[in-house]
Design a protein around this ligand. Structure first.
Ligand code: CMC
Length: 432
């Protein structure tokens, strides 16, 4: 196999090294291209651009493969817990029983937020979007840390990673409680990471019900499935911010903002809105699908399609099965699940979706599990953000530990006006 690609332009040839990854993916290294030829590459939306070399997550979109640090997502979802997967992503290996116990103890130790942060929550209007609160409060939490994270100091980094993971969950639950006008709960030391989230969100001062193990397991699985996904929009944002040597809190707060949009982490909410609309309007599924095909820019089939997966999204398969399982274990019936199943079947029979290789993604069924857990819809993207936190932390560290890391700074092809003479205010035409 050749490890040189040749580009010929205006009679000159340029040799470009080909870089091969451990899974045999190949990339043309163009880092010297402009210097040698004056050319840059143009790739709107970065569909063909490798922005970094990373050893965290591997995806083969054609084969539907997703692995964290080499471990298949299917096995992690079946056998692991979220703290274990977070440890794997952040530190590179599955923890030993002692390492996991130590990490869990750290998550418990750091799960409180500073009491005075309550005043910050009070400043938000009750209907403030939870993702805005989450991003702002992550930066606020960063202000209460006396030491900024030192990526090369293993012990300090572990402590800081645990702090961030633990506090994010407490912040998320507090934002929900404040928005409902309910007293904010304190985390419990006897509960697991995810059971604690359920407690923080739903316990009342007069009724500390034990969270249902089935729901806790289903939510834990959702976190595992969202924990990393290589260079998606929010992770690339975290890496971009990290590349300027911004601190960990600022970098992941930016990641939350990038995740917020309906094409990314906001899709889980948009799916439920779409299913609710279909149920309320009684619109036949074929008609809805036709509407999508007629104008996909305005009406998308939310929870369908993916930049990388072109056969199936392995996370969607796991979530769909978990969704059926948890609803049946709890004896719940959600009419939206039936609509989702039928909508999926209708779309997958349709040439529009077949030709474009559009399949259900991770967001298509996750909202139904969250509904079963009574999580309100505006909190769905927040749940995604809690899950994605280990991936963001791992990527932040990878940028900072790379001795060759440079500030991320893409170029562009300018298509605006060419140089023109300045017109003084008095000489400009009125009402133009
Ligand atoms: N419904 C209808 N048409 C679609 C959809 C959809 N959900 N997704 C893609 N298409 C069409 C699109 O119109 C285009 O058609 P044409 O070639 O005729 O112009 C073609 O498929 C390729 O789409 P694209 O927009 O170029 O694909 P992309 O890789 O830029 O976008 C995506 C990927 C996930 C943003 C997109 O599929 C989408 O908007 N899906 C719905 C939102 C969604 O579910 N997002 C969650 C993604 S998974 C979780 C995460 O990582 O955030």
């Amino acid at each position: 196999m050749s490890d040189i690609a040749t580009l010929t332009f205006e009679g000159k040839s340029y040799e470009l090294p080909v870089v091969t990854g451990t899974e045999h993916e190949r990339a043309v290294d163009i880092s010297r291209l402009r210097q040698d030829s004056g050319l840059i590459t143009l790739d709107d939306g970065y569909g063909n651009t490798g922005s970094c070399q990373s050893s965290i997550t591997f995806i083969d979109g054609e084969k539907g493969i997703l692995r964290y640090r080499g471990y298949p997502i299917e096995e992690l979802a079946e056998y692991s817990t979220f703290p274990e997967v977070a440890y794997l992503l952040i530190f590179g290996d599955l923890p030993s029983p002692d390492e996991l116990a130590e990490f869990r103890a750290m998550l418990t130790e750091h799960q409180f937020i500073h009491e005075s942060m309550r005043h910050h929550f009070e400043g938000f209007p009750p209907d403030a979007p939870p993702m805005a609160i989450l991003s702002a409060m992550i930066n606020t939490a960063g202000c209460f840390e006396h030491e900024l994270v030192e990526p090369s100091n293993d012990a300090q980094f572990k402590d800081q990673a645990a702090r961030l993971l633990a506090k994010v969950r407490t912040i998320a639950a507090a934002s929900y409680r404040m928005s409902m006008g309910l007293p904010v709960n304190y985390p419990r030391a006897d509960l697991s990471y995810t059971a604690n989230l359920v407690h923080l969100m739903f316990s009342m001062p007069n009724s500390y019900g034990e969270p249902s193990p089935e729901l806790v397991r289903a939510l834990d699985q959702i976190f595992i499935l969202h924990a990393d996904h290589e260079q998606n929009c929010s992770t690339s944002t975290v890496r971009m911010v990290a590349s300027s040597q911004a601190n960990l809190y600022a970098s992941v707060a930016a990641g939350v903002c990038a995740l917020w949009g309906p094409l990314h982490g906001g899709a889980n909410m948009a799916v439920i809105e779409m299913l609710e609309h279909i149920r309320a309007s009684g619109e036949p599924l074929e008609k809805f699908v036709q509407k999508v095909k007629d104008d996909p820019r305005h009406t998308r089939l939310m929870g369908f399609g993916h930049r990388v997966y072109k056969n199936f999204d392995p996370r969607a398969k796991i979530i769909k099965a978990a969704c059926h399982q948890v609803l049946s274990k709890l004896g719940l019936k959600d009419p939206l699940l039936d609509i989702a199943v039928q909508l999926e079947e209708t779309a997958l029979r349709d040439p529009y979706f077949i030709e474009r290789k559009l399949y259900p993604n991770v967001d298509f069924y996750s909202g139904i599990i969250m509904r079963a857990a009574r999580i309100p819809m505006p909190m769905f993207p927040v749940m995604f953000a809690i899950g994605r936190m280990p991936g963001w932390i791992a990527n932040w560290r990878e940028v900072n530990m790379n001795a060759k890391s440079r500030i991320y700074r893409p170029r562009q092809i300018y298509v605006g006006p060419t140089a023109r003479p300045y017109v003084k205010l008095a000489d400009r035409v009125q009402g133009r």
